[in-house]
Design a protein around this ligand. Structure first.
Ligand SMILES: [Zn+2]
Ligand SMILES: [Zn+2]
Ligand SMILES: [Zn+2]
Length: 154
């Protein structure tokens, strides 16, 4: 079963999404989208490496341009854990959060308990001018099982 049939019914194909967004369906865009989909939470550098397996002529510059554009279109989500370059993923628009291991940088998705943004509402005091909150960025930081096991073995 190809990845496209796997997602059939779940969401439109990359080509359809690109056309809907007014973008031409190019080999570069498809290679980047496929690379991010198969390697979620990847840096631009590892996406470049993965996409080059499919498209050896792909330039670094092209990958950065495509990543920026697709992120702006909302087809990719970009997030920046502390002390890490930006990471990209194709899981968008569900307001999920991330848990990051502070030792090795491993990233796991965490479903939003509320399911929609903003999942946290601030409590404003009388001296403040309340804002309409659109997003609450929640980042869980901890230690992954592998790092805990390595620590226990020391
Ligand atoms: Zn770890
Ligand atoms: Zn994620
Ligand atoms: Zn949440």
């Amino acid at each position: 079963m190809s990845q496209f049939t796997a997602f059939a019914g779940k969401r439109p194909s990359w080509s359809e999404q690109l056309r809907t967004a007014g973008r031409r369906v190019t080999k570069q865009r498809l290679a980047v989208l496929t690379a991010v989909e198969t390697h979620p939470h990847s840096t631009a550098e590892s996406i470049l490496e993965a996409a080059r397996q499919e498209l050896p002529a792909l330039s670094t510059q092209a990958v950065y341009v495509v990543l920026g554009d697709l992120t702006e279109l909302g087809m990719l989500r970009r997030f920046e854990p502390p002390q890490s370059p930006a990471l990209y993923e194709t899981r968008v628009k569900d307001n999920h959060h991330h848990a990051v291991c502070t030792r090795c940088g491993r990233v796991e998705d965490v479903d939003c308990a509320v399911g929609h943004a903003p999942c946290l509402e601030p409590h404003w005091n009388d001296s403040q001018k309340p804002m309409t909150i659109q997003i609450a960025d929640v980042l869980y930081q901890g230690i992954c099982q592998d790092c805990l096991a390595a620590q226990a073995a020391e």
